[in-house]
Design a protein around this ligand. Structure first.
Ligand code: FAD
Length: 459
């Protein structure tokens, strides 16, 4: 073993998927040399924690770091900070990296390569984007700057462009810091990943619990920023002029796949890298994982792109096992997601009714609002659950659950049921826990399932 040539593994990108691959490879006790290259000056941090850092729930941004470069190096990996990969040369099994400070280029050989270059915020074409105090959020430094600015005495008003989950999490952070916030969403509804009536309910709830300090404008987009040096106003497509001291642009992300595309690697939905279930790209010895890859949706059986930290970690683990010469298979995603606003949990898994119909399912749905715990318990709160079932096969397709009560545990139960391909009839018998402080004798989720069963079987 000692004389055996070490396999040279090179990883590009160092936030979630890259460090996961590194950590798993180190644990797999493989005879390999691991070199991770990132253009940033830190690795292995939780971008997901940034809204809570901005809010002030976490004081030290270092708390968001999962593992430091030193911790990885102690275990035997080589971490190269401030090195951007500009080219992949698959024929030569090499990549080209450039030092972001000195500009010095280097060619690096690999036996196996992992692309974990993630995604970046989309910058919509809005006039005067160069003005100060216009931000996006992706990296720790973004969080540090936004937090500093919202705490300045002069910052009283904010505009958030985009009502996706990052927009909503940042709305909470701004609101909790005492700002008056206007959130502007181009779509008819905020959080368009939910069914429209659920999104409307969320919007109404957000307004109800924000003491008049939050405004939400839908079917409206921002066309220009105005101001001297700093942004002072945003102008919308409907001619509204909104005064502001800071703007957060959160209109979505796009995959960082330019170097992969230039190397001839096949791309798929939204130009994300197409991989098979072992995280192999279309080019031999090149793997990919995380936000830069396309996903396979387990319910629609279609390719999709749902960039999430939860998936990035699972995909990274799978890539590492296969790169180590063992076997692992990643089946795909359900798009399970959860977020919150000011005590309101917003969660979903699988397909919404809208998406299910788009994919040709004949749906039967039930939506109900119930207490999450026995109604006589002081801590009981309302949750609204929408369950979506396929009428023909009786398979469960998806669930959305929102409310100040325990919504996400219901959604996780459904995620598990979908993963094991359960039909409604089987799901109805799920043996869930019950005691008054935790649930109701018939869990609200099972109540929704019973309503659907009655609709299907007509009793
Ligand atoms: C504010 C916020 C909140 C979020 N909340 C959640 C949440 O609650 N739940 C959830 O599941 N997900 C959440 N996410 C998404 C989650 O953070 C991402 O899915 C996850 O970070 C993806 O990890 P990744 O390693 O694939 O890519 P990234 O995190 O994008 O990391 C890619 C890294 O590669 C580097 N890189 C790119 N190109 C090159 C190159 N050519 N050379 C060298 N380095 C390069 C980038 O600079 C970056 O450091 C959130 C994201 C944000 C921004």
């Amino acid at each position: 073993m000692e004389n055996e040539k070490k396999q040279k593994i090179v990883i590009i990108g160092g936030v979630a998927a890259g460090p996961k691959i590194t950590a798993k490879l180190l644990r797999t006790d493989l005879n390999c040399q691991i070199d991770l290259y990132t253009e940033e000056d830190m690795i292995s941090y939780s971008a997901c924690g940034l809204p809570y850092f901005v809010e002030g729930l976490i004081e030290d941004p270092k708390r968001l770091i999962v593992r430091t470069p030193e911790q990885f190096e102690e275990k035997g990996a080589n971490i190269h900070l401030g090195k951007r990969c500009t080219k992949i040369l698959p024929e030569e099994h090499k990549i080209v990296v450039v030092d972001t400070k000195t500009g010095i280029m280097q060619e690096i050989e690999y036996d196996k390569l992992a692309i974990t270059t993630g995604a970046r915020p989309i910058l919509p074409p809005i006039q005067n984007f160069h003005l100060k105090n216009i931000h996006t959020i992706r990296k720790i430094q973004d969080g540090i700057e936004i937090r500093r600015k919202i705490r300045e005495e002069s910052t009283k008003k904010a505009v958030i462009i985009g009502g996706g989950y990052i927009g909503i999490e940042m709305l909470e952070a701004f609101y909790k810091n005492g700002l008056e916030v206007t959130l502007i969403e181009r779509d008819e509804h905020i959080l368009p990943i939910f069914d429209p009536e659920i999104s409307d309910l969320i919007q109404q709830e957000i307004i109800n619990i924000s003491d008049g300090k939050v405004k939400i404008l839908t079917s409206e987009s921002v066309i220009a920023f105005e101001g001297e040096e700093k942004v002072e106003r945003v102008i919308t497509s409907k001619g509204n002029v909104i005064e502001t001291d800071i703007v957060l642009v959160a209109v979505g992300v796009m995959p960082n796949t330019e170097i992969a595309a230039a190397a001839g690697i096949e791309l798929g939905v939204k130009n994300a890298i197409r991989v098979n279930n072992r995280m192999q790209t279309s080019i031999k010895d090149i793997y990919a994982a995380g936000d830069c890859i396309e996903n396979f949706h387990l319910v629609s059986k279609n390719y999709c792109w749902i960039p999430l930290g939860s998936s990035a970690n699972k995909e990274g683990r799978c890539a590492a096992i296969n790169m180590a010469g063992q076997y692992d298979s990643f089946p795909g995603v359900l798009g399970s997601a959860v977020t919150r606003y000011n005590g309101l949990t917003l969660s979903l898994t699988g397909l919404t009714e809208t998406d299910a119909k788009k994919h040709g399912f004949e749906t039967v749905c039930a939506t109900m609002t119930k207490k999450d715990k026995a109604g006589y318990m002081p801590e009981a709160e309302n949750i609204t659950i929408k369950l979506v079932v396929d009428k023909r096969s009786k398979k469960i397709l998806g669930a959305q659950a929102i409310g100040c009560g325990d919504a996400d545990k219901r959604v996780n139960t459904v995620a598990s049921a979908i993963m094991s391909d359960q039909t409604l009839d089987f799901f109805l018998h799920t043996d869930m826990t019950y005691a008054p402080p935790f649930s109701t004798a018939v869990d609200p989720l099972l109540s929704a399932a019973l309503v659907i069963s009655n609709r299907i079987y007509g009793s």
